[in-house]
Design a protein around this ligand. Structure first.
Ligand SMILES: NC(=O)c1ccc[n+]([C@@H]2O[C@H](COP(=O)([O-])OP(=O)(O)OC[C@H]3O[C@@H](n4cnc5c(N)ncnc54)[C@H](OP(=O)(O)O)[C@@H]3O)[C@@H](O)[C@H]2O)c1
Length: 270
């Protein structure tokens, strides 16, 4: 039996992680969502006997309590251990298509950066800390945290992407947190991996409604297209992204701990 926690599992990539992992009857999958009742798709998956849904916000103080309760709930089913944690939940923020100096007010900037940092960075660190005691007792000892090619500094500089400042900056933070865990737990057989899922058809990737933002999306798409490999044919389905990421997850070893890889298992983000 391998046990998995997917944090941020109500929709999109997180939901697909739960669906694919649950297809193997030998797996037991714990899906953390801040509002599980609001996700019909997640509720539908809970009819499978190897899926357990737990209510937990990955970020706020009440969520901290819920995470500890969630860790207890996982321990009760598994006998005190956990094999794999997948930190999936994230937000883009409310000003994704503005540049770093275009926020309407400094207050808007501070508010947006704090919210995005809380979710994307603390929302990775807090669940990791809550589940570490269980992971240390597990056989597999793997933690997968979702980042983005938009947080690879060299690529962003090369393509010239100006948008998504709070998102990109916080996802770089996810990568550094991953490195801090990798260095601390190097001797214990852990593999901490940051991964980019590719460009995936989810709510997060839906085209913006404002026409001026749509122009910016097109501008960004053209920038990326210049550097896209011939194999890239556009955004992929969650099924393809998740099956590729699970294959990378299966194949990494403690030697890879601290790396940031793409869904292809390399540094090709598209
Ligand atoms: N889609 C892409 O092309 C793409 C590209 C690069 C990286 N990524 C990364 O892949 C991951 C999944 O993205 P996605 O495209 O599936 O996004 P999505 O469709 O917007 O889903 C985001 C998920 O995060 C959850 N979440 C957000 N804040 C939370 C909180 N405080 N507590 C618990 N759950 C929370 C959401 O739950 P609610 O339903 O409750 O809001 C939802 O389940 C993210 O880390 C994202 O940055 C995605």
């Amino acid at each position: 039996m391998a046990s998995y926690v997917v944090a941020g599992a109500s929709r999109g990539i997180g939901l697909e992680f739960v669906a694919q992992l649950a297809r193997k009857p030998e797996n037991v999958v714990f899906a953390l969502a801040r509002n599980p009742d609001g996700s019909k798709d997640l509720q539908a998956l809970s009819s499978k006997s190897n899926v357990h849904i737990l209510k937990a916000d990955i970020t706020d103080p009440k969520g901290l309590q819920a995470r500890l309760v969630a860790a207890d709930a996982v321990a009760k089913v598994t006998g005190g251990s956990l094999d794999v944690l997948i930190n999936n939940g994230a937000i883009q923020g409310n000003f994704f298509w503005l540049t770093i100096d275009e926020y309407p007010t400094p207050e808007d900037l501070v508010d947006d950066f704090r919210k995005v940092f809380d979710t994307n960075v603390l929302g990775t660190i807090l669940p990791t800390n809550a589940f570490l005691p269980l992971l240390r007792k597990g056989q597999v000892k793997k933690v997968l945290s979702l980042s983005s090619g938009l947080a690879d500094p060299a690529s962003v500089l090369m393509v010239g992407n100006k948008y998504g400042a709070a998102y990109g900056i916080t996802k770089v933070g996810v990568e550094m947190a991953n490195i801090k865990y990798a260095t601390k737990y190097k001797e214990e057989g852990f593999t901490f991996l940051t991964i980019s899922p590719g460009i995936v058809k989810t709510d997060m990737n839906a085209p913006p409604e404002k026409p001026e933002y749509l122009e910016r999306l097109q501008e960004a798409a053209m920038q990326f297209a210049k550097f896209a490999p011939p194999t890239f044919t556009g955004p992929i389905e969650t099924s393809e992204s998740v099956s590729k990421m699970l294959s990378v997850l299966d194949n990494v070893t403690p030697e890879d701990s601290g790396k940031f890889l793409s869904h292809h298992g390399d540094r090709n983000w598209l």
